[in-house]
Design a protein around this ligand. Structure first.
Ligand SMILES: Nc1ncnc2c1ncn2[C@@H]1O[C@H](COP(=O)(O)OP(=O)(O)O)[C@@H](O)[C@H]1O
Ligand SMILES: [Mg+2]
Length: 302
């Protein structure tokens, strides 16, 4: 097996009395579109900042494309493009100047690099903002600039920390399309988010972090298959009563949504519905989604 794109070995981070990370072991495969999920405060940004050498772990070790972040910082940093969660507010430099500074940091100059910066500006719809000071950009433009900055040196691994928080629907769609395109070109992409439908549609593998601990790490399909529940919608007239009423989890305009244990057959539900005198017009089984799995794994006391 090839070296993982990123490998975390027993990574722990303490801030005062708080262990923000409690010993994370995780290997992110090359070429994956990887989702790092967790509630606010779970430790996602700490993990990502440790990957980028911005946070020094209290214990443990991280390698990016086989390079130890502590011992071989330059090589590991070069393999990585990080789009931070916090937006920039930079009064001195224009968009293009910042991209050129970042290029210089990686020792990249010349015609080919300038052509690449132009392409990034174009691809992220920033061409007409190239000479604008970055503190005059809108939030969405700043987000796109951060993505351009992360890609200046053609990293093999791109990390997006909550890239669509507070971003409007149109920009969100275009960012997803761009991320998919980069992934199709062979880039490993790591996405942290608390928008589960985002992870569900983009990622092929997912880790869930809860209070500094890794609670699960699996292929998306495998994770979805772990949902303890399924939902069944019955469209019809009548009124559920008795045991059936207890299984209603939502009233619909013309029926009900029921929550059943995943392994339960539909026979009992249908018998109960008929016993209540419900005329069934339609029946839909809803596939479990990531949100249900996530909630079942991160519920308080879980
Ligand atoms: N620089 C810091 N100093 C003290 N506590 C911090 C610092 N950075 C993060 N934390 C705490 O560590 C925990 C994890 O934070 P973070 O990694 O930002 O979570 P997430 O990105 O999943 O929302 C939180 O409780 C947060 O308050
Ligand atoms: Mg965060």
């Amino acid at each position: 097996m090839s070296t993982p794109a990123v490998e975390f070995q027993s990574v722990a981070k303490r801030y005062g009395d708080l262990w923000a990370l409690k010993g994370i072991d995780l290997a992110i495969p090359r070429g994956s579109f990887y989702g790092l999920l967790g509630h606010n405060g779970a430790g996602k940004s700490t993990l990502i900042n440790a990957m980028a050498g911005l946070v020094i772990p209290t214990r443990g070790r991280i390698c990016v494309m086989g390079h130890d972040v502590q011992r071989d910082y330059r090589a590991s940093r070069r393999a990585l493009g990080v789009v931070p969660q916090e937006l920039i507010d930079e009064p001195f430099f224009s968009v293009r100047e910042l991209l050129e500074l970042q290029s210089g940091y990686f020792g990249l100059h010349g015609r080919r690099q300038r052509a690449w910066l132009d392409e990034l500006l174009e691809r992220l719809s920033l061409t007409d903002k190239a000479d604008v000071k970055t503190n005059q950009l809108s939030g969405g433009m700043k987000r796109r600039l951060l993505i351009a900055l992360a890609l200046v040196h053609h990293p093999e691994v791109l990390v997006l920390d909550e890239p669509t928080a507070g971003v409007d629907v149109a920009l969100r769609r275009s960012l997803w399309a761009f991320a998919r395109e980069l992934h199709a070109g062979g880039m490993t992409i790591i996405l942290t988010t608390h928008y589960l439908e985002e992870a569900e549609s983009l990622c092929d593998r997912i880790a869930i972090i809860h209070r500094g601990e890794l609670v699960v790490e699996a292929d998306k399909a495998e994770l979805l298959a772990r949902s303890p529940w399924k939902h069944v919608e019955i469209i019809g007239r009548g009124e559920p009563s008795g045991a059936l009423a207890g299984q209603v989890c939502e009233r619909l305009a013309e029926g009900w949504r029921f929550r059943l244990p995943r392994e339960a057959g539909l026979g009992t539900l249908l018998d109960q519905a008929r016993a209540c005198g419900i005329e069934i017009e339609d029946l839909r089984v809803i596939e479990p989604d990531l949100e249900q799995v996530f909630l079942s794994l991160t519920e308080e006391g879980a």
